[in-house]
Design a protein around this ligand. Structure first.
Ligand code: FAD
Length: 264
């Protein structure tokens, strides 16, 4: 395994932004899609953003979590089986728990995982450990207060590592903690995160190429060999790009020629 030597926005996102910009692309933040507007033939006319901007393109890639896609799906598309199957994919809330403890848990591997999100220097301290844990599924816990969540986490950790951790903190003592909850979705006010992996949902994961010409999906929930994960999300992006490249001739024939000049 390899871990980032810094925080993801700086060490993961910025290099991607730099790459896109170096090729003449633009990255717009805080630009949420409010509506997918359609042509009379059911293909995408444009994406209307919440700030009123209208985005037109030759190819549209929709890479939000599955619940957002379902909420923004145009009426005309809802009965198409490719989209209808999405009903089975439902996001569940997730809580991220960060615990700094004195006395050390002695768990090198877990200590390393913390570096995935934060810088090395802060946590390579022989007298302290930092654990970062994903608490999921968290439907029953998302509305509870932080101390209840920490108590439940410590009880679970004490079961897993009885030699190093006890729920009453007589072994490793909590120095500080931080609880991060998946935020409420702005559209339907529910807590959403990665889709819940339940039996029979695998056949409902959509391919990146949709039946709507020029409209593609990317995201961890789409069809790829991993479950919902960062690897899965990256792979879905590659598969989506491959589908667009394969469809290039068709897209040029259908578009107004803008694609013919573009380099993919
Ligand atoms: C707490 C937590 C811990 C995790 N830990 C790990 C881990 O250790 N390892 C791992 O592999 N995976 C982990 N995951 C899972 C991983 O983060 C996801 O699987 C991955 O980020 C999914 O990527 P994605 O691109 O499909 O979707 P996202 O990363 O969710 O990206 C979707 C994007 O769509 C944007 N968006 C939403 N609505 C709109 C809209 N209306 N218009 C335009 N854009 C919109 C969002 O802002 C977001 O940027 C974790 C997830 C959580 C919640």
């Amino acid at each position: 395994m390899a871990f980032l030597d810094g925080n993801p926005p700086e060490r993961l996102c910025m290099p991607i932004v730099d790459h896109i910009q170096s090729l003449g692309g633009e990255v717009r933040l805080n630009s949420r899609i409010q509506k997918i507007e359609l042509n009379s033939d059911g293909t995408v006319k444009n994406f209307l953003l919440t700030n009123g901007d209208v985005m037109e393109g030759d190819v549209y890639v929709f890479a939000t979590p599955v619940d957002i896609l379902k909420l923004l799906l145009p009426e005309n598309w809802k009965e198409i089986s490719y989209f209808k199957k999405l009903e089975k994919l439902v996001g569940v809330p997730v809580i991220n728990v960060h615990i700094w403890s004195a006395g050390g848990t002695g768990k090198e591997a877990l200590l390393n995982i913390s570096c995935f999100f934060k810088s090395h220097d802060e946590y390579y301290n022989p007298n302290q450990s930092m654990l970062e844990l994903v608490f999921a599924p968290a439907e029953e816990w998302i509305s509870r207060n932080d101390s209840e969540i920490i108590d439940a986490t410590m009880k679970e950790l004490a079961k897993l590592f009885p030699d190093e951790i006890s729920a009453d903190q007589s072994k490793a003592k909590i120095v500080k903690y931080h609880v991060v909850k998946t935020p409420r979705c702005l559209i339907d006010n529910h807590f959403r995160s990665v889709y819940k992996t339940i039996p029979n949902c695998e056949p409902c994961r959509p391919l990146q190429r949709s039946p709507i010409k020029g409209f593609y999906l990317a995201g961890d929930y789409t069809k790829q060999k991993y479950l919902a994960s960062m690897e899965g999300a990256v792979l879905s992006g590659k598969l989506c790009a491959q589908a667009i490249v394969q469809d290039y001739e068709l897209l040029v024939a259908r578009g107004e020629g803008r694609l013919a000049e573009a380099r993919i």
